[in-house]
Design a protein around this ligand. Structure first.
Ligand code: PMP
Length: 365
């Protein structure tokens, strides 16, 4: 046994305790197989049930239309930064990138290896807003338009789906997938590393519209080729079987907890608790992100004013640690504090953080 903690990490992040208990119960002997999922052939009938069941579960949760394939890939979000241009860019040799934070900036940089990248919005280093859509410069010749739906480091989340005027839209949803219902039909490709909202690190969920298959560059590595993965039902080579199994259990947990709509309600309530507290603190807590694009998943903030006070922030983090509130340190590139409130974080967990923040404010303002 161990002391109860609350893990506010940005990813890998907290998994629902029920899911971890289920994994523990089944760890040595899965079902009637007498072996662990980790030891099971990916070609076995038992694994086929896991593979197909996990796909069906996410198809149901997000109402994914029949003309979309669901793939389980490797290489993380970063692998997809390359896979996206390698699969989609050869059509016209260029693509549009909407850069609103460090993850979309990394994706754009990777894409430049494979073709011409048009920056849709002006370059900025502060990443606290999303420029109005009517100021965007979209290239009508782009093979696709790329954006990151939730910037994990900067806490900038799109409150809308970009209008690309018919050009396939590609979204990195690594840090907000399944935190709300989604009209998948508006997208060409959606991808998400599992390690924040839907599972452990090491598997990436990819949802791809069928008409975008068959366009990969000849140099596209086989493991990154959507068409190959789709044709072979994510069984072209050995998939991360155990991770796909755990992700399937998380999908069932989401379903039991109200599905995508339930996750949305929770996300609104949880993020509201923290943002309300920040905005009533007279800038003692300071979140630089414009309120219209504030992330419901990752809340970065400074303590002691807009530029933060090092001593206060250190004290805040060590006090949190003592109370069992873990991984609240901001990303190394921005400093300060970051509270990540993914699906597995409960309203009560969030209230515990809010209570600590309130007390810290009252004793240090
Ligand atoms: N996209 C987003 C939005 C992320 O938050 C991250 C990781 N934190 C990545 C991509 C990169 O994912 P990975 O580390 O799995 O390559």
């Amino acid at each position: 046994s161990s002391t109860p903690v609350i893990n506010f990490g940005a990813g890998p992040a907290k998994l629902p305790e029920e899911v971890l208990q289920e994994v523990q119960r089944e760890l040595l002997y899965y079902g009637t197989t007498n072996i662990s999922v980790m030891e099971m052939s990916h070609r076995s009938a038992d694994y086929a049930v896991i593979n197909d069941g996990t796909q069906q579960a996410v198809r149901d949760l997000l109402n994914i239309p029949d003309n979309y394939k669901i793939l389980f890939m490797q290489g993380g979000g970063t692998g997809l930064f390359a896979a996206v241009p390698l699969n989609l860019m050869s059509e016209t040799g260029c693509a549009d990138y909407i850069v609103t934070g460090s993850w979309s900036a990394k994706a754009a940089k990777e894409a430049m290896k494979y073709g011409k990248v048009n920056m849709v919005v002006p370059k900025t280093d502060s990443y606290v807003d999303i420029p109005e859509q009517n100021t965007w410069i979209l290239n009508p010749n782009a093979s696709y338009v790329y954006y990151c739906a939730n910037e994990t480091v900067h806490g900038v989340e799109f409150p809308f789906i970009p209008d690309t005027q018919g050009i396939p839209l590609v979204a990195d949803m690594s840090s907000n997938i399944l935190s709300q219902p989604l009209d998948v039909s508006k997208f060409g490709v959606i991808f998400a590393g599992a390690q924040k909202n839907i599972g452990p690190a090491g598997v990436t969920l990819v949802i791809v519209r069928e008409d975008l298959l068959g366009k990969a560059a000849v140099t596209c590595p086989t493991v990154l080729d959507f068409t190959v993965m789709a044709k072979d039902n994510s069984l072209h080579n050995t998939p991360p079987t155990f991770l796909i199994y755990v992700m399937g259990l998380v999908f069932k947990w989401i379903k039991r907890n109200g599905g995508a709509e339930g996750m949305k309600r929770m996300a609104k309530e949880k993020s509201g608790i923290i943002y309300d507290l920040i905005s009533s603190s007279n800038n003692f807590y300071y979140c630089p992100v414009k309120s219209a694009v504030c992330s419901r998943m990752n809340i970065p903030f400074r303590i002691g004013g807009p530029n933060g006070n090092d001593d206060l922030e250190k004290e805040f983090l060590s006090g949190a640690q003592k109370l069992g509130m873990l991984q609240l340190k901001g990303h190394r590139s921005v400093g300060g504090i970051r509270a990540s409130l993914y699906n597995a974080i409960t309203v009560d967990n969030t209230k515990a953080l809010a209570a600590y923040m309130k007390e810290f404010y009252q004793t240090h303002k």
